[in-house]
Design a protein around this ligand. Structure first.
Ligand code: NDP
Length: 463
């Protein structure tokens, strides 16, 4: 190892890369450098989870002032100022990025502000500095970037989530394309902040891959809150009518005029121009770095974690992969991260919380399952007049009564699912959930109060 400039060179200072670098240097004593071409913190901190959550909080106030009236408050014509929100959000992102940087340095990691490209299995070129450095081991943690449909005429007029965080003004009329996490979250953000919002989705119900009850609830709620949801439709062309004014021609023959078009149609791994071929690192046909369970590529000394591996594109997953790979690299006890049963949230309004198998997946895997379901108006809205509801669902394997899935749409779902995730990961049975005493009055108490398996109405009618 002494013959190399570094024991470990990490490409990309996002969630996975930073965790692996800090542990490698701070805990395992390796000589580590990390290169970042944009800003330390990566997608999550700079242009993903963190700024998104601030925008979600901001947009929730759009309804909160009206809700407060039911509780006796009067808020005279509240106004919203987008530049203030963006400035405050940017200040916080600066603070967090600086903390990430400081933590790396405190762990003894050399932080290099440059683009790093693989030249061979042990050599990395620093593009701005125009020099090469060598390392015994290399970790690719370059993340992912929003996908753009380059074949679509006029696609250059559209933004992605990257640009959405830096718009000079709140759009008056925005068309968001996609039906996944980002599209649904941003449709809620723009709508809550007062923009006329249209969601354009190629399928029939948003959030494909989620439990069907979650999808139906989110889809209905988007519409109820005022988002115009157009299904089975994609863009045919985007025309610029005037600066900042666009005409979207749609595959269903209709047209929409707007001042902002946003793609949220998936993310692609950042391997373009990374030099994977030069180093002999195999990538998939989608451009993701191929890794085994230990995040090892086909090249012995090169590893990869996070979105660039296209396993599960979530920050906490990248962090866990980063921690596991550091242990694998520097100890005699290689570690894998179990990608099963990962809880996640979609910050729609209301939010989604989900962990474990969907009803359909559980039925396919186990055959006989029991479903416990609840759908109710949360107490808070009894005085606000809002018709928003909560949907909760437990998926139980009938053979041993283990709860294998929990799905929720409703207030605080993101917070609640974190704890439900512990119970699902621990493999607790429905009876053990039921032994747990309720916390009253809360939304979450319903999770331990569902006693009767759900029978679909058509079966009930036949009984
Ligand atoms: P997703 O993969 O979640 O969704 C992509 C959406 O775009 C789908 O609805 C898909 O339709 C649609 N789509 C894909 N290609 C096209 C196309 N060519 N034309 C039209 N529509 C298309 O991607 P996102 O961009 O929303 O998010 C990327 C990932 O980031 C997520 O999977 C998630 O892992 C992560 N993320 C997590 C968040 C969280 O934890 N809260 C927040 C934001 C992102 P179809 O359903 O038909 O395939």
């Amino acid at each position: 190892m002494a013959g190399y400039d570094h024991d470990l060179f990490v490409i990309g200072a996002g969630s996975g890369g930073v965790r692996a670098a800090r542990l490698s240097a701070g805990t395992y004593g390796a000589r580590v450098a990390i290169a970042e071409e944009h800003r330390v913190g990566g997608t999550c901190v700079i242009r993903g989870c963190v700024p998104k959550k601030f925008l979600v909080y901001a947009s929730e106030y759009g309804h909160a002032f009206a809700h407060a009236e039911g509780y006796g408050w009067t808020a005279e014509a509240p106004t919203f100022d987008w530049p203030t929100l963006i400035r405050n959000k940017d200040d916080e992102i600066d603070r967090l990025s600086a903390i990430y940087w400081r933590n790396l340095e405190n762990a003894g990691v050399e932080v290099i502000e440059d683009r790093a490209v693989l030249e061979d299995a042990h050599t990395v070129r620093l593009v701005k500095q125009d020099k090469t450095v060598t390392a015994d081991k290399i970790l690719i943690a370059t993340g992912s970037t929003p996908y753009r449909p380059y074949e679509l005429e006029g696609q250059e007029h559209a933004i992605t989530s990257n640009e959405a965080f830096h718009l000079e003004k709140l759009p008056e009329h925005v068309v968001v394309a996609g039906g996944g996490y980002i599209a649904c979250e941003f449709a809620g953000i723009f709508n809550g902040l007062g923009a006329e919002t249209c969601l354009l989705y190629r399928g029939d119900t948003v959030l494909r891959g989620f439990d069907m009850d979650v999808r139906t609830a989110v889809h209905a709620e988007l519409k109820r809150k005022g988002v115009r949801v157009i299904t089975h439709t994609v863009f045919e062309k985007i025309e610029e009518l005037a600066p900042g004014r666009y005409l979207c021609r749609l595959s269903n023959g209709s047209k929409i005029e707007c001042d902002c078009v946003m793609f949220a149609i998936g993310r692609v791994p950042n391997t373009d121009g990374l030099g994977c071929a030069a180093a002999g690192v195999a990538v998939t046909d989608k451009g993701a770095v191929r890794v085994d369970a230990f995040s090892r590529t086909n090249v012995d000394n090169i590893f990869a974690v996070g979105d660039v591996t296209d396993r599960v594109q979530l920050t906490p997953v990248a962090i866990r992969e980063g921690a596991a790979v550091a242990k694998t690299m520097w100890t005699e006890s290689p570690e894998t991260f179990d990608h099963a049963t990962i809880a996640s949230a979609v910050f729609t309004q209301p939010p989604v919380g989900t962990v474990g198998l969907t009803e359909a997946a559980a039925r396919k895997e186990f055959g006989a399952i029991d479903i416990y379901k609840s759908d109710f108006r949360p107490m808070k809205h009894m005085l606000t007049g809002d018709e928003e509801r909560v949907m909760m669902k437990l998926v139980v394997r009938r053979s041993d009564q283990v709860v294998v899935g929990v799905h929720m749409v409703g207030v605080d779902a993101g917070e609640i699912i974190q704890l439900a995730g512990i119970a699902v990961k621990a493999g607790l049975t429905k009876a053990q959930w039921d032994e747990t005493c309720a916390v009253h009055p809360t939304v979450a108490e319903e999770l331990v109060m569902m006693r009767e398996p759900f029978t679909p109405p058509e079966l009930k009618a036949a009984e």
